[in-house]
Write a new protein. Structure first.
Length: 388
């Protein structure tokens, strides 16, 4: 049986760009979008065209230059939003309008001061209107994570009947537990008439640190599209991290699910987005953090030097990092010193290593990390007696 495709919907340029201070100008958006296309994402959410003339222009420009990926524009369930998005997407080879409305009680009662029936009517009207501009219409049920399953199924069924091709089930507030989110997706898969005509999509926020787990749980229960961003950027605590879900699918679901992502570009993409958005990546970030393939304790270093897979569950080359690193700290052991000394040109005998190690520990207790230049200095002054 061949692996089932999970579509990767990248929203770095829309949900990601909503982060305060992360706004990109048109040229930066073009640069990132072209690289996203090369990375192999299936859909690029390019922006929210009605929100500003600049965003309209960016979506319109990306529609002209992106040829392989679907280009998507966000709207509210508001006629003018949809009309403007339709205009911005006019040149796209594969245009998609992403329209929707809040469906939880708190959205319906507090935001809209409305009723479920009226919200359902607006959702259907929005999808029908969007269909007059493009064939591919994705519907989002904002705050689906806190929406009762029965109403969610009713609104999903109605919008599929109106022509929605994708059903986005956002955990907008990052509140769901993985089993709750999985059950919600499973309920929709099993209870929405006509569900086979649409793709179920996850869109999980990270307020409790569960965005990645929830997205994968959604896939296991029937979702075939994941909405995510590079480095997990997005509103508040962020969105699902693209690099994490893609590598989970690659490492844990081989043969069952597949994506079209060229994983060797992941590290590069992380650096590009971090740089352009001015948002640093935490060093311990999974997959793309500076320490994701760095080993610093003696026990781990010894294991990894003998056999990489002892402490690495994936090959750094697969995500575009040329090698794992052995970081020298006061917790490092002899194996790491010998290894790093060899890397900088010193093949130490056992006696030399014993001497180097004693001096190394004194030095390492004073420094946070011993760099190559510190090690070289130590070897030259304590063993080789060559003036530096
Ligand atoms: O988090 C959310 O609900 C969203 C929607 C607008 C799709 O970003
Ligand atoms: Zn979102």
């Amino acid at each position: 049986m061949s692996a089932e495709k999970v579509h990767i919907f990248d929203t770095t340029l829309r949900d990601g760009e909503q982060v305060p201070g992360c706004k990109l100008n048109k040229n930066e958006k073009i640069e990132v979008a072209l690289k996203l296309e090369e990375l192999g994402v299936d859909i690029i959410e390019a922006g929210f065209p009605v929100s500003s003339p600049g965003d309209f222009e960016s979506v319109s420009e990306l529609s002209k230059i992106i040829k392989n990926a679907t280009v998507c524009g966000l709207t509210r369930a508001v006629e003018n939003d949809i009309k403007v998005a339709g205009e911005a997407l006019i040149h796209a080879v594969r245009p998609r309008i992403h329209t929707g409305i809040g469906t939880s009680d708190s959205h319906i009662l507090h935001k809209f001061k409305s009723t479920q029936d009226k919200v359902l009517e607006r959702a259907v009207a929005a999808v029908k209107y969007a269909k007059t501009f493009v064939e591919d219409v994705e519907f989002y049920a904002e705050d689906a994570g806190r929406t009762g399953d029965e109403f969610l199924a009713r609104i999903c069924e109605a919008v599929v009947k109106a022509g929605a091709t994708v059903l986005n089930i956002p955990d907008t507030t990052g509140y769901c537990l993985p089993e709750e989110y999985a059950a919600k997706i499973g309920y929709l898969r099993d209870n929405v008439n006509g569900i086979h005509k649409a793709i179920l999509s996850t869109h999980c926020h990270n307020d409790l640190g569960m965005a990645t787990a929830n997205s994968i749980a959604g896939v296991q229960f029937g979702a075939r599209q994941i909405e995510c961003t590079i480095n997990g950027v997005g509103e508040r605590a962020g969105n699902t991290s693209l690099e994490e879900v893609v590598m989970i699918i690659n490492q844990r679901f081989k043969g069952q699910y597949t994506t079209g992502i060229n994983t060797k570009m992941l590290s590069y993409m992380s650096g590009l987005v971090s740089e352009r958005m001015g948002m640093i990546v935490q060093p311990n970030k999974a997959i793309v953090g500076a320490n994701a393939f760095a080993h610093s304790s003696g026990i781990h270093q010894d294991g990894v030097i003998k056999e990489r897979s002892t402490y690495e569950i994936m090959d750094p080359l697969d995500v575009g990092v040329d090698h794992s690193s052995i970081v020298l700290t006061a917790r490092s052991g002899r194996a790491a010193i010998a290894y790093r000394a060899k890397q900088i040109g010193y093949d130490l005998t056992k006696e030399e290593l014993d001497i180097a190690y004693d001096h190394f520990l004194d030095l390492a207790d004073k420094l946070k990390q011993v760099e190559d230049k510190d090690l070289e200095q130590l070897l030259k002054s304590k063993i080789y007696k060559i003036a530096s």
